[in-house]
Design a protein. Structure first.
Length: 256
């Protein structure tokens, strides 16, 4: 149960950023920190967990590539995103590719910000010991409101099990992600980390209760804007073996 829960929850958590549509009033620094902005983005991330509840001297490191591409279908704005995680270290000693997630959101601009509805899917493409071996699909919805000081919002994603290898635990998860980011000067901003609160419907309990902060800096390399981020997250869920403290590094290459 530990391997299933940690793998599937981590996969869904990792899909919780970058999705709705950028208004003309939102500057690039704010949009770069907006998980719903309509920006083509290529993310290179590393998440290092150096403490586990229930395990001594356990560590985990995940390198992750994410691609977000906005497009228009008919008159509707959309964002498509693909996330590919690779474990370089884990408590079990297993390393390699984990399951891919794909995500599509249809977005709607409003005077106050934007909202979107769409779907997220889990594809069991990971290596033998790092896959859920289950297919899952479910709805996603969220909003981001803009203000003079930054952005705030809420995002929800759900995976509903569609089947897979017999004997593997089904994937039925919901994630709620609060979004807060305060714009500072000179391209700096500070806000919440991924901070994705995860509920496992089969276990009938929350399996991730994180609290985290992320510091961002937007810089310009020639004509290419790049945002760097450093995050810290503490997970208060300790009923079973689970990540406790995680540090994250993100490099986000933006194509406005």
């Amino acid at each position: 149960m530990f391997r299933f829960t940690s793998t599937a929850a981590a996969i869904l958590i990792s899909t919780s950023t970058a999705a709705i549509a950028q208004s003309g009033e939102q500057d690039l620094s704010q949009a770069a920190s907006d998980p719903t902005a309509s920006l083509t983005a290529y993310l290179f991330q590393d998440f290092y967990t150096y403490g586990y509840h229930g395990l001594d001297d356990a560590e985990r490191n995940t390198m992750q590539f994410r691609m977000a591409v906005p497009y228009t279908l008919g008159s509707a704005d959309n964002i498509f995103r693909l996330t590919l995680p690779y474990l370089t270290e884990s408590p079990s000693g297993d390393t390699g590719l984990s399951d891919i997630t794909v995500f599509n959101l249809t977005t709607f601009n409003q005077d106050w910000g934007r909202f979107g509805v769409g779907a997220v899917a889990l594809l069991p493409t990971g290596d033998d010991d790092l896959t859920t071996d289950r297919w899952a699909l479910g709805p996603a919805a969220g909003f981001v409101a803009q203000s003079s000081w930054g952005i705030w919002g809420l995002f929800n994603q759900n995976l509903i099990d569609l089947g897979g290898e017999t004997g593997r635990d089904p994937v039925n998860l919901s994630v709620i992600q609060p979004i807060v980011n305060v714009s500072l000067s000179d391209g700096w901003s500070i806000g919440t980390s991924d901070m994705s609160i995860t509920y496992d419907w089969d276990a009938d309990k929350f399996v991730s209760l994180p609290l985290g902060v992320q510091l961002n800096k937007l810089v310009q390399f020639d004509r290419t804007p790049v945002q760097f981020g450093l995050s810290y997250e503490y997970n208060f869920y300790d009923d079973t073996i689970a990540p406790e403290e995680t540090i994250g590094f993100t490099m986000k290459i933006l194509v406005p």
